[in-house]
Design a protein around this ligand. Structure first.
Ligand SMILES: NC(=O)c1ccc[n+]([C@@H]2O[C@H](COP(=O)([O-])OP(=O)(O)OC[C@H]3O[C@@H](n4cnc5c(N)ncnc54)[C@H](O)[C@@H]3O)[C@@H](O)[C@H]2O)c1
Length: 396
């Protein structure tokens, strides 16, 4: 099939590779012309798509990146994979999605199957996409992306894929498309069910992470190890699922998606109390980390040299979106510490560069990538670990 994929980020580029590898002819469309040029020179910007894989689909002529919206015309399948962030009031910001839809409206005059993979609240496909594209006989399906960047075990191929169509024909065509590169397609009765399932999955994680973050604070105050308790509880073979405490939640999904559910819940008059409380607990974790660092390192960090190790939101990826490291650094600085950060994968961020760990009085490990210099961390006078992966030091 001829496939146009709008947005060449974590989601769009990954799907582009999966579809191109099985022989679909893929146009990867993005508004960022520098990104388009680098993709066309086989330079990938995400960890799960190697330069080599990109090179091979470019050579086979099954993939090309483009910033010309007219290249979308004639595609049988068009996928929307653009950011769906929150605005300043933490309400859904669908401006990227609306602009992608407008591009389709202006440039795609032949009927296509339009699939939304961007995460959003139930009703988005019907009301924010299909309703804006009346006049051409398009069909519409929703297939929210579940990809977990950096996860080697669960990939686009073997993660079950939810699909809901506005019509049976749309659902059948979406099944045919995804069935060409995904092992397991799960049809649901409507796009709204697929959309809601995705945000409920991430709300489940957000609420459980908040619960475990609160529990870690209780355990510490009781003088026991929260992580040892969680490991002990996880020996129960049924009815318990372990989550790990940490410095807060990051990335484009867990801190954001539950607020999309809260938004529609409010519209239908149901208070989303768990989501609100979980946000409060998770957003307060950086302050808790800094409090513990101050208490654990002698009562004041004024004038001390602190290095924050790992600033991306999770191990072994360079994504710093919504990372709790930002608040940890700002709060440490508010306390008068001289704060640098170290992250080989991120390199530069917020106008600053990664600096060596050596020479700091205090190391605060926010995210631990494989291969980070543990000896350098342990050589710091005081170490606070938010990850549970640095043995024998203070931490959550
Ligand atoms: N990153 C993840 O782990 C993940 C996982 C599952 C679902 N999602 C969801 O997928 C969607 C995309 O997320 P992402 O992480 O791939 O974002 P991203 O920021 O990595 O990539 C989005 C790309 O879209 C481009 N873009 C924005 N507006 C555009 C437009 N109108 N036309 C063309 N290109 C446009 C941007 O330039 C960018 O390159 C979001 O809804 C997100 O919640 C993300």
């Amino acid at each position: 099939m001829r496939v146009g994929i709008i947005g060449q980020g974590y989601v769009g580029l990954t799907i582009s590779l999966s579809a191109a590898k099985v022989g679909h002819s893929v146009v990867g469309f993005d508004l960022n012309d520098a990104l388009v040029s680098s993709l066309n020179s086989a330079k990938s910007h995400i960890e799960d798509v190697t330069d080599r894989a990109l090179e091979s689909i470019i050579k086979n002529k099954t993939y090309k990146a483009s910033f010309e919206a007219k290249d979308l015309e004639g595609c049988e399948v068009i996928i929307v994979a653009v950011p769906t962030p929150l605005d300043e009031e933490r309400n859904p910001d669908l401006s990227f999605l609306h602009s992608a839809v407008e591009l389709i409206r202006q440039n795609v005059k032949s009927p296509a199957l339009i699939i939304n993979e961007s995460t959003s609240y139930p009703g988005t496909l019907r009301n924010e996409i299909a309703a804006r594209l009346e006049g051409v006989e398009h069909s519409f399906a929703s297939s929210p992306e579940r990809i977990d960047p950096g996860n080697k075990e669960w990939t686009t191929k073997n993660t079950p894929r939810l699909v809901g169509g506005l019509t049976p024909e749309a659902l059948a065509k979406a099944r045919e498309f995804y069935g060409s590169f995904c092992d397991d397609i799960i049809e649901v009765s409507s796009p709204e069910v697929a959309e809601a399932a995705k945000i409920f999955e991430n709300t489940f994680r957000q609420v459980n992470i908040a619960l475990v973050n609160e529990f870690a604070q209780i355990a510490d105050a009781l003088g026991i190890s929260g992580r040892e308790v969680i490991d002990a509880a996880a020996t129960k073979p049924y009815g318990f699922m372990p989550f790990n405490p940490g410095p807060g939640v990051g990335g484009h999904c867990i801190p954001v998606d539950p607020s999309y559910l809260a938004h529609v819940a409010n519209q239908v008059g149901v208070p989303a109390t768990f989501i609100k409380r979980a946000n409060e607990v998770n957003l307060a974790m950086p302050a808790y980390v800094v409090e513990r660092v101050i208490a654990g390192s002698g009562g004041s960090i004024k004038g001390k040299k602190v290095v924050v190790v790992g600033v991306s939101y999770k191990s072994n990826i360079a994504d710093t979106r919504e990372t709790p490291a930002a608040a940890v650094i700002d709060l440490l600085r508010d306390q008068g510490a001289s704060v640098a950060w170290h992250d080989d994968l991120v390199g530069s961020w917020r106008g600053e560069s990664s600096l060596p760990i050596a020479g700091a009085d205090i190391a605060v490990v926010v995210t631990k990538h494989d291969g980070v210099n543990l000896a350098a961390i342990n050589a710091c006078g005081y170490v606070f670990d938010c990850t549970g992966q640095v043995a024998g030091v203070d931490g959550i």
